[in-house]
Design a protein around this ligand. Structure first.
Ligand SMILES: *Cc1c(COP(=O)(O)O)cnc(C)c1O
Length: 398
């Protein structure tokens, strides 16, 4: 007998839960790509995506996942032999740096560990040391989904500006867009990368690159740019098909259009507030279990925690046992630990993550927490008692 039957919850940090409205919007015959409703839909989606990112500047859309969006951004910014400064706070920072390096760019990496955010002062030091201004761009992950750290983009921009260094600021918002506030223009971000399958509640397959006037100008001669990845025709198409470099991703657009409509109906500030409240409920529960047990939040400072995903540390192999239990017995699939230990190291089994991004509400979060608590009990893992009550108290706040 299992209590996992019923509606399951894929509580991993992407792909996220897809709303029925998104699924239904996609359940349609192929639309005409030459004229009609699909064109109207794209005319609506583009300004919605710019508003979501907090920009009035440029947007290119790609048929790609996050890795593809990274590569799209890289191709438009860099020439072979250029230099980049990559700021690492988890596995995804490493991944982006790797992608740039393999395209022929010389990457200098500063690693801030797995439990703390970027220190803007150290970045300023590195830029000040670059007297010749060889570094073309600084690469930052807003929220590193592996560690669940959230970096302060505005503070980093200020530190870069204080050095007088002209480097572009490129930011990966794949995990945070539509969950944590992001204000591309206000924060002085030059290139911003996201994808469809996290806060945007749409299947994996759409990648987005927003870019500033400055990035457009600086990168006019980037020699890594190839016809398919070139952001220029996509951002300012003369013909509809140029926006997508060919046939439009019809059904992804139908789904995304509905998801953006849902965000508009709720209101972006309310979407952010919901993620904040639900994240705080998760943190309260984990802190509650941690008083007696062997469970801790990976990021100690609440000011630097993601509101979309929470990375949790336990003693190995407790985390794997717990994930297996909740999936089999409670219908809740938790995220694996990513990049906190090598996968063939026994310590790997001491980490897990809870995704609380996108189409998630109070009962889902209380459900995932209840499932975890039941699992801890069933497995005899020591824990504090006040966790669910503490989470409920956050949900109940006026
Ligand atoms: C999910 C994610 C990626 C990778 O996206 P894919 O669609 O898996 O290629 C990159 N960066 C961050 C911060 C992510 O959360």
């Amino acid at each position: 007998m299992s209590l996992g039957f019923g509606r399951t919850y894929l509580a991993i940090p992407g792909p996220s839960v897809m709303p029925d409205r998104v699924l239904n919007a996609m359940h349609q015959p192929a639309p005409n790509i030459y004229a009609g409703p699909l064109h109207d839909l794209v005319d609506r989606i583009v300004p919605q995506l710019k508003a979501l990112a907090g920009t009035r500047q440029h947007l290119a859309i790609y048929i790609a996942n996050g890795h593809g969006a990274w590569e799209a951004a890289n191709a438009n910014v860099f020439s072979r032999g250029d230099q980049a400064l990559s700021l690492v706070t988890g596995q995804f920072g490493i991944g982006w740096a790797d992608s740039v390096r393999r395209m022929g760019v010389e990457v200098q990496e500063i690693d801030f560990g797995r439990r703390t955010p970027v220190d803007p002062a150290r970045v300023a030091e590195a830029l000040a040391a670059d007297k010749a201004h060889g570094i073309k761009a600084v690469l930052l992950t807003h929220v590193d989904t592996a560690t669940s750290v959230r970096n302060d983009v505005a503070a980093l921009r200020a530190a870069i500006d204080d050095t007088g260094h002209p480097a572009l600021l490129m930011v990966d918002c794949i995990a945070s867009l539509g969950c944590d506030p992001f204000l591309m223009d206000d924060w002085g971000v030059d290139v911003m990368v996201a994808a469809s399958q996290k806060g945007l509640m749409t299947p994996p397959g759409l990648g987005f690159v927003w870019f500033s006037d400055k990035a457009l100008k600086t990168c006019r001669n980037a020699d890594l740019r190839t016809p398919y990845w070139d952001w220029t025709p996509r951002a300012a198409p003369q013909l509809f098909h140029q926006r997508f470099g060919g046939t439009a991703p019809t059904h992804h657009l139908l789904g995304l259009g509905e998801a953006l409509q849902m965000i508009d109906e709720e209101g972006l500030p309310a979407v952010w507030a919901r993620h904040d409240r639900l994240a705080r409920a998760v943190w309260a529960a984990v802190d509650g279990w941690g008083t007696e047990g062997r469970i801790t939040l990976n990021i100690a400072d609440p000011a630097h925690r993601s509101r979309a995903v929470t990375s949790i540390r336990m003693q190995a192999p407790d985390a794997t046992a717990l994930r297996n239990w909740t999936e089999a017995k409670a219908g809740v699939t938790l995220g694996i630990g990513l990049g906190m230990a090598p996968m063939d190291d026994p310590a790997w089994h001491g980490f897990f993550r809870i995704g609380h991004m996108g189409h998630v509400n109070a009962h889902m979060v209380m459900g995932v927490l209840g499932g975890i608590e039941a699992g801890l009990t069933a497995l005899g893992i020591p824990r504090g008692e006040i966790a669910l009550g503490a989470a409920a108290a956050i949900i109940a706040e006026a």
